[in-house]
Design a protein around this ligand. Structure first.
Ligand SMILES: *[C@@H]1O[C@H](CO)[C@@H](O)[C@H](O)[C@H]1NC(C)=O
Ligand SMILES: *[C@@H]1O[C@H](CO)[C@@H](O)[C@H](O)[C@H]1NC(C)=O
Ligand SMILES: *[C@@H]1O[C@H](CO)[C@@H](O)[C@H](O)[C@H]1NC(C)=O
Ligand SMILES: *[C@@H]1O[C@H](CO)[C@@H](O)[C@H](O)[C@H]1NC(C)=O
Length: 551
């Protein structure tokens, strides 16, 4: 750890930055050791690792995909209420082993899980390196299989592969590899895909997330950066999009009848500014798309965690991106390879209709638009982050996952996005982002509210989700590792340890306020409760309240 910090320190010195501007490893206000009270957990198979990855919240249920099973857990206490058992056939396992894969890889790992209509789910598994998708309806008696199809192009073959899928407007969009050897990467919606074996389109991607927004479906991933001609190995993070209305081109695109006519991508810029910016280039995870009021304007934001490199040196960061900035990048200048360099394309050379914009029927697009987008899927401008700098950085452990409780209202009348950041060493770091401060990095405070050791330091966090439901109105944080699922409280306002007004206010936790009449630290149950704001004392920004002393 000392060595890592040392490396960064030298870098910072070279770049003329102060240690503070990278925020270093800020100490949290509170280190939390979870007691047994108030933690619920589900332990998977005790003899084999489940490699849990997916979690789907549906009403009172939490669906979790693992190894040969899909578990349905009760949201309140994580008890298993039903399960789907789905083993690969002996012949599929036999073929898998014959091709040289080991026993553990030749199991069925659930890697796609979406709700297609009330009570109906699409579930895909790696099925011993021969992916299969099934549609199930959930009956009181259990899961009923309605349909089985090939999972090729939808679900990875390799359980270690990083894939994504999103279901929207009755169709499934996926980002994965479509072959055993993992060379055929694609973004796919039956029957349309990205151009095959074209490194300008995708080059060895690791997909992290996807969602639908407006006319488009967006994908977040990292991949080998073809435009970095100085370093052929370097990795950049990307956002890409396709039109929901894309129906391919009338003519074959370089022999591909069913290739997207709208696929565009660009770089995500999560960096500490300076003469030589420090880049965090490897996206690891994103939050859901969050809607709220930022700096007085309504907007949509996505938070993402990045590492500087895959091996654990160099630190990690959280950056936020505005959907408007993402759209602007796609409306901006294109990039192309010219004289063995990647250069911006003069706007006068861009055909009309503009490539990448959605049209009613892409099969009517002219030759000029189609042939331009064939060779120009990369934009010249990267997407800047909301604060032009990371919201939080760290060198002592790697950030790997993020979940956000959006727009948490406080008695002060403000809104905060509460970030829960999962690390590779079993921790959750909790931080509030004041929505008023959007676009103004000077107002971005450095406070880390809590650091929670959820799993032992040897265990990485694989997924995180904030859930709220009638049964858990206060909300819970679901934390997933390879072999365990835990449900923890979002805050510890009502802890026995907090007995005074000043202690309560010092937490700087948007969920907590001092109740002046009840004389205790309480948590918000509903926004309406805070309307009598004089009765509740809080000061997220400073952690001190002048009225506290007078009590
Ligand atoms: C654990 O995994 C093994 C091997 O796949 C399986 O035979 C066993 O039934 C599983 N146990 C439970 C409790 O699910
Ligand atoms: C998937 O992502 C994780 C986390 O970034 C990484 O450790 C792993 O190597 C990736 N898997 C593959 C096959 O690249
Ligand atoms: C990334 O953002 C930083 C800070 O705003 C800026 O200095 C840098 O030029 C940007 N880099 C790219 C590649 O856009
Ligand atoms: C696109 O389709 C919609 C509905 O079918 C129609 O109202 C609209 O005029 C069409 N737009 C164009 C540019 O053809």
């Amino acid at each position: 750890m000392i060595a890592q910090d040392g490396v960064l320190f030298v870098l910072l010195a070279v770049c003329g930055l102060s240690w503070a501007s990278l925020q270093g490893n800020i100490r949290p206000k509170t280190y939390v050791d979870l007691g047994a009270e108030d933690v619920y957990q589900f332990n998977g198979n005790d003899t084999h690792t489940d490699f849990f990855r997916l979690v789907l919240h549906d009403g009172p249920n939490l669906l979790v995909g693992g190894r040969n099973f899909l578990h349905i857990l009760n949201l309140t206490d994580l008890t298993e209420t039903q399960r789907l058992t789905w083993f690969s056939s002996d012949s599929d396992k036999f073929m898998c082993k014959l091709k040289g894969k080991d026993e553990e890889s030749c199991q069925n790992y659930i890697r796609v899980l979406t709700k297609i209509s009330p009570g109906r789910y699409l579930v895909c598994g790696t099925n011993a390196f021969k992916p299969i998708c099934r549609e199930y309806s959930l009956q009181t008696s259990g899961f009923l299989m309605e349909k089985e199809t090939s999972g090729q192009g939808i679900c990875p073959y390799n359980p270690k592969s990083n894939n994504t899928a999103v279901f929207t407007n009755g169709e499934l969009y996926s980002g994965t590899f479509a072959d055993f050897a993992e060379v055929d990467s694609l973004i796919f919606r039956q029957p349309f895909r990205t151009r095959q074996f074209d490194s300008n389109t995708l080059k060895n991607p690791n997909f992290v997330s996807s969602f639908a927004h407006g006319d488009y479906v967006y994908f977040f991933f990292r991949e080998v950066a073809i435009e970095n001609i100085n370093d052929k190995e370097s990795i950049y993070s990307r956002v890409a999009r396709v039109c929901k209305s894309d129906r391919g081109g009338f003519r074959y695109i370089r022999g591909c009848r069913h290739c997207w006519t709208s696929f565009l991508k660009t770089r995500l810029n999560c960096s500490v500014p300076g003469d030589l910016p420090i880049y965090f280039d490897q996206i690891q995870s994103t939050s859901d798309l969050i809607e709220g009021s930022y700096g007085g304007l309504n907007g949509q934001i996505i938070y993402a965690v990045f590492t500087a490199s895959t091996n654990s040196t160099g630190g990690s960061a959280v950056c936020a991106f505005n959907m408007q900035d993402i759209s602007e990048a796609f409306e901006g200048t294109f990039k192309e390879e010219r004289d063995s360099n990647w250069l911006p394309v003069d706007n006068s050379k861009v055909p009309d209709p503009r490539p990448g914009r959605c049209v009613n029927d892409s099969r009517t697009l002219p030759e000029s638009t189609l042939s331009f987008i064939e060779t120009h899927s990369l934009m010249a401008e990267s997407v800047k982050s909301v604060f032009r700098q990371p919201i939080v950085t760290r060198t002592s452990s790697q950030f790997v996952q993020i979940a956000v409780d959006p727009q948490v209202k406080t008695p002060e009348g403000k809104s905060h996005d509460v970030l829960f950041i999962g690390t590779d060493n079993g921790k959750i770091i909790k931080k509030a982002v004041n929505a008023e401060s959007a676009e103004n990095p000077k107002k971005l405070d450095l406070v880390i509210i809590e650091e929670i050791q959820v799993f032992p330091p040897s265990v990485a966090i694989r997924n995180l989700k904030v859930v709220r439901d009638d049964s858990v109105a206060e909300g819970r944080l679901i934390v997933i590792s390879d072999s365990e699922i835990k449900s923890i409280k979002l805050h510890r306002c009502n802890s026995d340890k907090i007995t005074s007004c000043s202690e309560c206010v010092a937490l700087q936790d948007p969920y907590c306020a001092w109740d002046n009449q009840g004389h205790k630290c309480i948590s918000m149950k509903s926004a309406a409760q805070w309307s009598d704001n004089k009765n509740f004392l809080q000061s997220i920004a400073s952690g001190v309240h002048s009225l506290c002393q007078k009590i």
